[in-house]
Design a binder for this molecule. Sequence first.
Ligand SMILES: *Cc1c(COP(=O)(O)O)cnc(C)c1O
Length: 398
Amino acid sequence: MEVFTGSFTQQEPIPEEGIAAALAVLRHGRLHRYNLAPGEAGETALLEEEFAALTGARCCLAVASGGYAMATALRALGVGQGDLVLSNAFTLAPVPGAIAAVGARAVFVGVTRNLTIDLDDLAARIGSSDAKVLLLSHMRGHICDMDALMALCDGAGVKVVEDCAHTMGADWNGTPSGRHGAIGCYSMQTYKHVNAGEGGFLVSDDAAAMARAVLLSGSYMLYDRHRAAPPPEAFEGLKYDTPNISGRMDNLRAAILRPQLPLLAARREGWNARYRRIESALSDLPGLALIARDPREGFVGSSFQFLLPDWTAEAVATLVGNCQMRGVELKWFGAAAPAGFTSTYRDWRYAGGQELPETDRILAGLIDMRLPLTFSPEDCDQIARILRDEIGRLWRRG
Ligand SMILES: *Cc1c(COP(=O)(O)O)cnc(C)c1O
């Protein structure tokens, strides 16, 4: 019986150019973003300028994490204590965490079998709550019909913050992910599409919201040292009324990140080649349902999902265990208790109280697998063979 020996959590090394830039920062010692030599722009300000250009946004702010970016985006739009925020029932814990961080309450919206937000359920919950903001998570890189979503939200006066932790470098119908709503948020944590260990971005064209975000992030009134912030006038009416909630990016991580931005397009190709290889190897397998992808969705296949519809919990648990023994690490969002990052809305008791039976039914059979760029095409073939073997065996028996 073949066993896969690769690591599902091993990312590529930092590019040599990033290592050299990081060493330069360490040698001069000016790690704080506002600690600049005369005439120096600083790695953080340059990173923001470059990410703004990449996404076509007027403003960009780099911060300490993706979770911090989302909480800051909500605060910058005026969300506070007791407010309701619509969000995905199927996402990762930092999303409801960001809502809780500003004292707001989540109103969870169900997931479709395409793993995108259920637009009918969203319309119903917009109608039945007075939530004025949607924190939309493009969970695992699955992008819903953004034209329909924006028409619905614009029509109802609901502002959209996009969680693009899994869609940096992706697009919907040619528009970069993160550029449909009022603010786009990204993560530069090790498991995302660029890697600084930790980090986050906000992008937006909204000058007032971004001036608030810069002040919130801990700018010590040094906002004129930014290169992708709104003009100084935008800060005038806000600077004495906006608290400093420090969560800045630093020059060391910015130095590591800058050379990775131009690699995003090639990384997308690399991820999608691996994704499509596994997808086609599993396409005719009874018992397994692939996730349909809309042709307008320019996704980045940095992870792979499939459904095991109508499988018993016992059979799914057996499959996950059997695959684990053969070196294939599957995550299951339908388990009774979360393992690592697989918690769902049912497990976020602080946000709790909602029942979403349709979503539960989908998550019961949802399997998730990381797809690092360190996997070769042959690795993908081997993983697909092991999956076929194990799924085939259990499906026939069941
Ligand atoms: C990683 C992630 C984030 C941001 O997480 P941080 O660890 O705070 O950078 C947000 N949303 C989703 C769906 C994520 O996976």
